[in-house]
Write a protein that binds this ligand. Sequence first.
Ligand SMILES: CCCCCCCCCC(=O)SCCNC(=O)CCNC(=O)[C@H](O)C(C)(C)COP(=O)(O)OP(=O)(O)OC[C@H]1O[C@@H](n2cnc3c(N)ncnc32)[C@H](O)[C@@H]1OP(=O)(O)O
Length: 163
Amino acid sequence: MTSDSPAIQDLAHAEGICYGCGPAHPTGLHIKSHWHEDGVHVVARFTPSDEFVGWPGLLYGGLLAMLVDCHSNWTAMAYHYRAQGRAPGTLPAIHCVTAHLGLDYVKPTPLGRALTLTARVEGEVARKTRVLCEVHAGDVLTARGDSIFVQVDVDKLGSAAQA
Ligand SMILES: CCCCCCCCCC(=O)SCCNC(=O)CCNC(=O)[C@H](O)C(C)(C)COP(=O)(O)OP(=O)(O)OC[C@H]1O[C@@H](n2cnc3c(N)ncnc32)[C@H](O)[C@@H]1OP(=O)(O)O
C-alpha cells in the first residue's frame, strides 16, 4: 500500500464534506483509501477513538458500517476511474452512492486497535458495482461487507436534497 501518497479521496474530492470520508469535513472520520500494490485491493486503515464504544472494550457496530460504507464506495469509484484509464481527480468526476450496504459482523471488534479495511470489486465495473470488503483487527476478521454502489449524476443528488 502506498499510504504515503495522497489518498483517493484527497485526489478525487478534496472538497468533499461526507462525515465519513470527506477531506473537508471539519470533525468527520476522514477515512483514507489507497490502492494496494497488488492492484486488486483498495485498503484503508482506521483506529477508532474510545468515543465509538458499543460495549466495554468493543467497537460500536454503526461505526463499522460507516467505515465499510465509505471505503467500499471509494473502492467502486477507484475502479471506475481505472476502468476509464484515468486517475482520480481527472474530469469528469465520477460519483457513486450506496444502493445497498450489506454487513456481517463476524467477531466482536476491539476498541483501541488499528483496523484494516480491504476491499475489491466483484464482477463488472458498471453503473451498478458490487464491492466486497473485509475488516481485520490484527489478524482477526471481524466484519465482512457485500454492498452495491450505483454511479449517479451529482446534479440530481443536489435537486433530491432540495425536494
Ligand atoms: C457523491 C459521492 C461523494 C462521496 C461520498 C461518499 C458517501 C459514502 C456512501 C454513502 O453513504 S451514499 C449515501 C447513501 N445512499 C443514498 O442516499 C442513495 C439513495 N438511493 C438512490 O439515490 C437511488 O436509489 C439509486 C441511485 C441508488 C438507484 O436508483 P436509480 O433509479 O438511479 O437506479 P435504478 O433503479 O435504475 O438501479 C440501478 C441498478 O442498481 C440496482 N439497485 C438499485 N437499488 C438497489 C438496492 N438497494 N440493492 C441492490 N441493487 C439496487 C437496480 O436493481 C439496478 O440494477 P440493474 O441495472 O442490474 O437492473
